[in-house]
Design a protein around this ligand. Structure first.
Ligand SMILES: O=C(O)CCC(=O)N[C@@H](CCC(=O)O)C(=O)O
Ligand code: ZN
Length: 349
């Protein structure tokens, strides 16, 4: 039996197996590659990979890479699946521990962002809130948190997490990363270099901790974590994967333990924004004045009214602000968008 068959039964690959078994709870299954590396499918859509024992881990690191936390954001899922196929084909050898996650398999099958609740609002303990705790997406977030805790506890190297997404709207900046807020923390220059290597040239600094997957891994596990937006949402099979070679090649380089390309001066080519305001749906009287089809990073002049609800009215401050992730169609209390501002000093975040 091949390594492939051990892990994925009769399915053609990891993605096929995950879609076929999206709602099943299968027992774990493991295999060993010819170089001695091991791969365990811990549960549907989750692979834990270890290099051959004794093999050097030159970058002294462990990585969590996730995609499909939103089921309709398919390009990063295809990228991750392609890298797993390369490894199983013996195209390259693994040098560092990896936890690879397809976040929400039932939503992937349905081609939807989520089925009952937005899973990327259910991390950092939010899955235990009474209104969510019985939902399948809360159970999946809880299971993923437990697998990440276990993975992080067993690896001493530096832990990074890249949660890969694509955006609903068009974007004036196609690829950008969000850096979750952790008090007193600054983006490491090496992370900035990695993002640039992946052709992600815009960084957005969050202003408070949230309930996203990357916020959980950074706040609770101390990982260097990013939500990475890589393009626009498309159904499976309709992605132009030539637009995703930057992230594919940069991840493969890390998985193989190869050295980073020549580092640039930190932030030299990175445009940095900071979040100045999180727009929340405040309820019945909430009015959002940003049109439905506006692109991410569309700028608004000082004084523009962005939203109001009778009690509060949010206007752009003295410096222009741009909108990211405008989406009025969210439950009360959830994020309708982020107002961001270019950061003045770019000598360090
Ligand atoms: O395009 C959109 O409106 C959403 C794209 C997306 O899923 N973005 C993430 C960002 C998470 C973060 O703030 O780190 C999300 O909304 O969950
Ligand atoms: Zn997403």
């Amino acid at each position: 039996m091949t390594a492939h068959q051990n892990l994925f039964d009769n399915s053609s690959d990891w993605l096929d197996h995950t879609l076929t078994n999206a709602s099943s709870s299968l027992p774990a299954s493991a295999t060993r590659l010819t170089d001695g590396a091991s791969i365990t499918r811990s549960t549907v859509g989750v692979l834990e990979l270890h290099p051959s024992p004794g093999r050097p881990n030159p970058n002294n690191e462990a990585l969590i890479v996730s995609a499909g936390v939103h089921g309709n954001e398919t390009a990063p899922i295809e990228v991750l699946n392609g890298l797993v196929n390369e490894l199983l084909n013996g195209d390259w050898e693994l040098a560092c521990p990896l936890l690879l996650i397809m976040g929400n398999p039932p939503a992937m099958v349905a081609g939807e962002r989520f089925l009952e609740a937005n899973m990327n609002r259910l991390f950092h303990g939010a899955h235990n809130k009474p209104e969510y705790r019985e939902l399948p997406e809360a159970a999946r977030a809880r299971q993923i948190e437990a697998l990440c805790r276990e993975f992080s506890a067993t690896h001493s190297g530096k832990l990074s997490h890249y949660d890969l997404h694509t955006a609903i709207r068009p974007s004036r900046r196609e690829k950008f990363a969000l850096y979750p807020f952790v008090a007193g923390r600054q983006v490491e220059a090496s992370q900035c270099d990695f993002l640039l290597e992946a052709q992600v040239d815009t960084l957005l600094l969050q202003h408070k901790a949230g309930t996203t997957f990357s916020s959980f891994t950074s706040s609770v596990l101390g990982a260097e974590s990013f939500t990475v937006e890589l393009g626009k949402v498309q159904p499976f099979g309709q992605n132009d994967l030539t637009r995703f070679t930057g992230i594919r090649d940069a991840l493969r380089r890390r998985f193989r333990g190869a050295a980073a390309p020549m580092p640039k001066a930190p932030f030299a080519d990175m445009t940095v924004f900071e979040v100045v305001h999180e727009i929340l749906n405040t309820g019945k009287s909430f009015q959002f004045h940003v049109p439905d089809d506006v692109a991410n990073f569309t700028e608004y002049a000082p004084g523009t009214v962005i939203w109001e609800d009778g009690a509060t009215c949010y206007r752009v401050g003295d410096i222009p602000e741009a909108i990211v992730f405008p989406n009025r169609d969210v439950p009360v209390g959830q994020r309708v968008g982020l107002m961001i501002r270019a950061r003045k000093a770019v000598s360090g975040a």
